[in-house]
Design a protein around this ligand. Structure first.
Ligand code: C5J
Length: 222
């Protein structure tokens, strides 16, 4: 075991139980013409964290620790897209519509892909998820159980939506969760700050948060 410097207190990392989960670093959330942009968001906030996410992924790969990637997306026939999700808000393009990068958030479309700089390598797990949380209607829980993973370091977007939802799902299922502060982002800086504060409040009610350097230093010792 190696303690990673974290808030609200050190994270007790265990070599054989730890994995990195990178949430939804997809073109649809990071590039003009995608889902995030269609909702009126400034997607450049997301591309700015790519070097930090990459550094974290490479640290886990270098330490021989598992890296899991998630992608928010739906079946081409939209059978896993409830109208309550498709019809929400007033986007220029809705999920399933044809956009400049193919159909928005549909499995296999170019815009749904993970950003090339962060693409999974052979052997890494990729979870396609129809919800905001990565446990809902996916194989994630089984995959973690099979591999004996009980601790998750989180990166990805957006902090207060898919990252925080998945952290809460994981926390309720008994996983120890640590959020890498510079490797996550929101379209709204105040929401990122609030999510980080919420996660580690009340003695780490949802989990821990830590700087990437401290995580990398910690996993080098596990
Ligand atoms: C959103 C996500 N924000 N990955 N998805 O719709 O956070």
């Amino acid at each position: 075991m190696a303690a990673i410097k974290a808030k609200p207190f050190a994270f007790p990392a265990k070599t054989d139980e730890l994995a990195l989960i990178v949430i939804d670093m997809q073109r649809d959330f990071a590039e003009p013409g995608g889902f995030g942009a269609s909702l009126g968001n400034d997607v450049s906030r997301i591309t700015k964290i790519v070097p930090d996410v990459k550094r974290l992924i490479e640290g886990f790969r270098g330490a021989g620790l598992p890296v899991i990637h998630t992608m928010e997306c739906h079946k081409p026939d939209l059978s896993d897209l409830p109208p309550a999700k498709r019809d929400r808000g007033n986007p220029v393009l809705r999920i399933g519509d044809e956009g400049p990068m193919g159909r928005i958030l549909i499995s296999g479309e170019p815009g749904t892909a993970i950003l090339s700089e962060l693409a999974p390598v052979d052997g890494e797990i990729v979870i396609e998820k129809p919800g905001k949380g990565a446990f809902y209607a996916t194989e994630l829980g089984d995959v973690l159980k099979e591999r004996g993973i009980k601790q998750l370091v989180f990166a990805g977007v957006t902090t207060e939506v898919c990252v925080q939802t998945t952290m809460r799902e994981a926390n309720d299922r008994g996983y120890e969760c640590l959020l890498a502060e510079e490797a996550t982002e929101s379209y709204f800086p105040e929401f990122k700050a609030a999510a980080i504060a919420m996660i580690r409040a009340q003695g780490g009610i949802v989990g821990w948060t830590a700087r990437i350097d401290d995580i990398l230093e910690g996993i080098a010792r596990v």
